[in-house]
Design a protein around this ligand. Structure first.
Ligand code: DC
Length: 231
């Protein structure tokens, strides 16, 4: 009998702090990291570059199947490459998020990206960041975290992040975007954004990133995924 690779799923809406938590968890455990949102963002980006309509399921799927994407870990974190082009910054825009959300509603697209994500579960373990990690991609994962926060708090965080990057942004616009994206992610017919039945829900609205990490590490210890001293 082969031993299952341990996976920690971190699902939840955009801006709840999943990326930060997942990176810090992967670092603490020395596990691999899957940023599944980046896959959908790259796909949206690739389709734009090829002037393919984001609602043309057949053509978007064809691009998804051929997507030449690589995640490269370096001192700055993880860089994302499309072919030999570093697209890490280009995909992190508001427009990139909207495009990703649009291609993510297409059932055949999700199917095409499923195996790619599952193949990344290799020893010593994987922290998987997304929307459907616990419900669809890794349903038997020993720890599923659903990280959420109010839409207002998420819009504020994004606003400060954009300001920190020297980019402008309107808070009401960001809030409207977040609410629209949540609605699309929660109501799509395939893999909607919902907590897995066995997920531990953490609301980060009032928590610091350190407090969120502590709560997640405690869950990992409780599930026998790490000892108290290895964090
Ligand atoms: O986490 P993110 O903001 O990078 O994700 C971008 C979009 O991709 C988001 O609106 C929903 C979609 N997505 C998804 O449908 N399933 C995932 N596992 C990850 C992201």
């Amino acid at each position: 009998m082969s031993l299952a690779v341990p996976v920690i799923c971190v699902d939840g809406p955009g801006g709840a702090g999943k990326g930060t938590l997942s990176q810090r968890l992967a670092q603490s455990l020395q596990w691999h990291l899957l940023d599944s949102g980046a896959l959908y963002r790259i796909l949206g980006f690739a389709c734009r570059q090829l002037a393919i309509s984001l609602s043309d399921e057949g053509r978007v799927v064809a691009v998804a199947r051929e997507l030449d994407v690589r995640f490269v870990t370096n001192e700055a974190g993880v860089s994302v490459f499309l072919g030999d082009k570093d697209v890490s910054l280009s995909i992190r825009t508001e427009e990139g998020g909207r495009d990703a959300s649009q291609v993510a509603v297409l059932p055949a697209v999700r199917e095409a990206l499923l195996c790619r994500q599952q193949e990344l579960a290799v020893f010593p373990g994987l922290v998987a960041d997304g929307r459907d990690m616990g419900t669809v991609v890794f349903p038997s994962a020993p720890l599923k975290i659903f990280l959420t926060a109010s839409a207002e708090v998420r819009a504020q965080r994004r606003f400060h992040q954009l300001q920190g990057q020297g980019q402008g942004g309107s808070l009401p616009r960001l809030l409207a975007d977040i609410e629209e994206r949540d609605k699309r992610d929660e109501s799509r017919s395939v893999s909607p954004l919902v907590p897995a039945e066995d997920a531990a829900v953490i609301d980060s609205s009032e928590l610091s990133p350190d407090a969120v990490l502590d709560a997640a590490l405690k869950l990992a210890v409780d599930r026998g995924l790490m000892s108290e001293t290895s964090g």
